[in-house]
Design a protein around this ligand. Sequence first.
Ligand code: DX5
Ligand code: ZN
Length: 213
Amino acid sequence: MKRYVSASILNSDLLHLADEISRLEQAEVDMLHFDVMDGIFVPNISFGIPVLQAVAKQSRLFMDVHLMIARPHLYIADFARSGANMITFHLESESDPAETIRMIHEAGCKAGISVKPGTPGEAVLPYIDQVENILIMTVEPGFGGQSFMYDMTEKVRLVRNAVGERPVFVQVDGGINADTVGAAVEAGADLLVAGSYLFTHPDMKAAVQTLRK
Ligand code: DX5
Ligand code: ZN
């Protein structure tokens, strides 16, 4: 199975974001992972629509937007207009999943649905034929730099078995690095989010290749 790397800029040097994005492009990442947090759905606040606009203008990379916000359906059109290519929201949010997926497609983006560690994988299966991405969180959402939860690999396997050959990404997010990527991929993940691993590695391009190989 082909693997894709989506780079999370949450733990990048935000004062020099343009340079960080150039480094990611030169390292040949497949996507840019844009983590939006509202301080309500998760206990942290990151960045939002104006920053996405600036980033999308600067980069030709595919914009993989991860909404960790309480009411995603209210902001789908704004994120789509601001340059999102794929919008993934949480099943645990207050928004109606089927309606939110419909709104994402109507806005011209690929749609993804995500589950936190405490939510069973079975919960996303009713949406499997409506989405292009299923994101299994491998840390509690809210912060970069946390440790990969190995017990999430069984959830990845369950979702991969259900997805089969459908054109749906099985995405993992949190704690992905050279040591943990093997377990995620073996369980069936093909879209790998990495943040701190890429930004702390002395050779970003080699780090990307390690994840993809
Ligand atoms: C966590 C975010 C992740 C995070 C990944 O809430 O959704 O995308 O930034 O960062 P690392 O790779 O450092 O765990
Ligand atoms: Zn994320």
